[in-house]
Design a protein around this ligand. Structure first.
Ligand SMILES: C[S@@+](CC[C@H](N)C(=O)[O-])C[C@H]1O[C@@H](n2cnc3c(N)ncnc32)[C@H](O)[C@@H]1O
Ligand SMILES: O=C(O)C(=O)C[C@]1(C(=O)O)C=C[C@H](O)C=C1
Length: 250
């Protein structure tokens, strides 16, 4: 993976326009996301474990908004079925290109197809697992439900969606608490207040977070029968959404 340190919002030539997943972001992305999203590396590893448990032989696994392929490779390491196929999609050429290179350098044997495409246009079929980690939040809000409906339709009956997102909070006190702690997390990871505030402005029109309640409601509208948060750290959450209520011994 790229080794660059993220100082995109530090200098004179900092990103003052809207945030975009361009060459400059791709070059520092592992450092940027690790220092910006509390729990990111755990979420990647644990998504691999969800893949181990919930993928089915002969099925497709989709990593939508795959960036450099961290989650794709975690899944490839864990999925126990040699006849599965992983389809990893990102519409940023800089991301998809590097993801392809990482997949080629990886010793795993499960086939991975990296596509540079818009996730709104990719056909989903025979899927046992779809991963949407920190990507739905970048779609215009009105395009989120149609995507979830297509994912739901492309999942097998026992299929699962993993959805990770930055959260908004309807309650002002909760919003203030989680925002403060997220800022502390970024400061502790070496970002200055200027960098933090410039990135916040650059993301403002681009990353529009939903509340946990909005996610639950939308997933239910899309047809998912059972939704469970499995990780939360400050204003970042990971959910599983089962197409059918799982039949677990209770
Ligand atoms: C925050 S990153 C995702 C991180 C990645 N899932 C991981 O866990 O490492 C969001 C990614 O989604 C991609 N993306 C955003 N909108 C997209 C779209 N409509 N179609 C395909 N990819 C998209 C961006 O290019 C970016 O690489
Ligand atoms: O830095 C932030 O505040 C973020 O929201 C991080 C976030 C995300 O959640 O997707 C935003 C852009 C990329 O840097 C990667 C992660």
């Amino acid at each position: 993976m790229s080794q660059g340190k993220d100082s995109l919002f530090a200098g004179e030539a900092s990103m003052i326009v809207d945030f975009a997943f361009d060459e400059r972001v791709a070059a520092v992305f592992p450092d940027m996301i690790r220092r910006s999203v509390p729990g990111y590396s755990e979420i990647v590893t644990l998504t691999g474990l969800l893949g181990r448990r919930y993928t089915a032989p002969g099925s497709n696994i989709y990593d939508l908004g795959c960036s450099l392929g961290a989650t794709t490779l975690a899944l490839r390491r864990q999925i126990p079925h040699a006849d599965c196929r992983i389809i990893s999609v990102d519409n940023a050429e800089a991301m998809a290109g590097q993801c392809r290179a990482h997949v080629e350098a990886d010793p795993g044997t499960i086939p991975v197809e990296v596509r540079c495409a818009d996730i709104r246009e990719v056909a989903i079929d025979n899927a046992s697992l779809v991963v949407l980690n920190f990507t739905l939040q970048f779609l215009p809000p009105e395009e989120r439900l149609p995507l979830l409906e297509r994912i739901h339709a492309g999942l097998r009956d026992d299929g699962v969606l993993v959805l990770s997102e930055k959260l908004d909070f309807a309650n002002d006190l909760s919003q203030a608490f989680h925002t403060d702690l997220h800022l502390d997390f970024k400061r502790a990871n070496g970002y200055s207040d200027l960098e933090i505030s410039r990135k916040r402005s650059a993301l403002e029109q681009v990353l529009v977070p939903d509340t946990l309640e909005q996610h639950r409601e939308r997933l239910s509208w899309a047809g998912f029968e059972w939704v469970e948060p499995w990780f939360q750290c400050f204003n970042f959450v990971s959910l599983v959404a089962f197409r059918q209520r799982p039949d677990l011994p209770v």
